[in-house]
Design a binder for this molecule. Structure first.
Ligand SMILES: C[S@@+](CC[C@H](N)C(=O)[O-])C[C@H]1O[C@@H](n2cnc3c(N)ncnc32)[C@H](O)[C@@H]1O
Length: 174
């Protein structure tokens, strides 16, 4: 319990899972035959990571989690019901390379989204999709925004990494 509190303070967010209604609207945004690497930034208890692995069996899901207890839970879950296409990493995603990813999925908080934005822009190829629910990437214009019919009217933002000169969100852009 103490480790959850400490890591919530360290990472800025608790391992709150993506709820069912949000999951049910987010997962169909990814084609079942999607190939390549899906990055799940902050796996928590694995709610979204395992669902992504099931939804896209031809893709490889790499799920990052720093907090030891949720990570141990994911690890145990993977031992008990392995997903061949799921890789769990106890690692700070801000220190990982995103290059080559096909899709990035996140449920984080505003501070993390601000730190993430320049990294996404620098490391992802133009055209890469970024799905984030609840929190937006400030300064980025979503391709689509879905609103979940739940208590919080949870927004799901679908972004596409822009390409070329003057990339959206690029502080150097005119
Ligand atoms: C709100 S939970 C989301 C859990 C899961 N993605 C889901 O949707 O069910 C966010 C998780 O991100 C983790 N986290 C936050 N910052 C992180 C970082 N820099 N590296 C790895 N994990 C991080 C937290 O420990 C927390 O478990």
């Amino acid at each position: 319990m103490l480790s959850i509190v400490l890591y919530t303070l360290r990472t800025g967010i608790s391992p709150m899972p993506t709820l069912g209604k949000v999951r049910r609207q987010l997962l169909p945004l990814l084609e079942p035959d999607l190939e390549g690497t899906i990055l799940e930034l902050g796996a928590g208890w694995g709610t979204l990571a395992f669902a992504l692995a099931d939804r896209c069996p031809r893709a490889k899901v790499v799920a990052f989690e720093l907090s030891p207890l949720p990570f141990a839970f994911c690890w145990l879950r993977q031992r008990l019901a392995p997903r061949a296409n799921l890789e769990l990493r106890r690692q700070d995603f801000l220190r990982a390379s995103f290059s080559g990813a096909a899709v990035v999925v996140s449920y984080l908080y505003p501070g993390a989204m601000s730190r993430l934005a320049p990294k996404l822009l620098a490391e992802l190829s133009p055209g890469t999709r970024v799905l984030s629910h609840t929190f937006a990437l400030r300064g980025w214009k979503p391709l689509r925004t879905l609103v979940v019919d739940d208590l919080y009217r949870t927004p799901i933002y679908v972004y596409v990494v822009p390409g070329g000169f003057g990339r959206q969100g690029d502080p150097a852009a005119p």
